[in-house]
Ligand binder design. Sequence first.
Ligand code: UDP
Ligand code: MG
Length: 318
Amino acid sequence: MKFISIVVPIYNEAENVLHFAAAVKEVMENSHYKWELLFIDDGSRDNSVQIIRDLQRWEPQVKLIMLARNYGHQIALTCGLDSAQGDAVITMDGDMQHPPALIPVLLEKWEEGCKVVQTIRKDTEGVSWLKKETSRLYYRFINAMSTVEVYSGGSDFRLLDREAVEALRQYREHDRFLRGMVSSLGFKRAEVPFVAPPRFAGKSKYNLGKMLKLATDGVVGFSVIPLRWAFYMGLVFALLSFLLLCHALWEYAQHQVVPGWTTIMVAMSMFGGIQLVIMGIIGEYVGRIFTEVKNRPLYFVKHNMDCDNDEETHTKCG
Ligand code: UDP
Ligand code: MG
């Protein structure tokens, strides 16, 4: 019998866990697969862990890995992909925005031979117009910049065949944007559109800082085009400054040098600004080289628990 792993990162989702687990159970019990529900606790500070541990007493399929601290959604997913045992691994959020009712559709596509089944969020209920618009613009921007195609509305709700999981596990980069990484894998893929309902309970755990970090990782992690743009911008402004120089010399020849204050101020602030932007772009790449060169483990696991094994494993890292 084929084995399916469902990987769910959890960060302060105490109000959602039980409802989510029940919904997954209902779907999987009606299928003919063996399954595990693998929660990755990403350093929750509420009682999510306690609730999952209680749940494990009744549900042998429920597994829990506790990360040593809050590493963020993408690293928690990575830890899940490293640990899941299934012939296919489904990753999804634990807040019901990725409807468990869609799991059979993903499995059907997998059975048809697709190695990557990607869901595409057509709309999100209960989300502000601003968040939808910025997300849409971001995907247009990233696709203009990047060498791999990242689908607009692509979410981290997807099924990966064991073969794709093993391929993805070889990507050990630190600034991770899984949507882009999965797109760059290749493999036969299928898409499943869906409308994301509002969260079952609680608030989004992606604050502005986390969202900006993910957005920057998506662009800088997959493309050197911003560096090339910085170079082109440098060229354009070098040409402009040459024209300005000609103008200054001409003014000098005309003995009209004193009233040049405005020109100097404008030129200084303009070039200063442009240089800072370009240095910032280069800095993003240098910073990434720095984290990659240190090559620290992506995460540490605090506890690794399943039903029969309650002992602590402090050493595991990935
Ligand atoms: N999450 C996580 N670590 C974090 C932030 C979020 O593991 O630092 C989990 C969260 O518990 C949820 C999933 O990632 O299961 C998606 O987060 P959220 O629903 O807050 O994101 P949104 O749907 O608002 O983009
Ligand atoms: Mg959500």
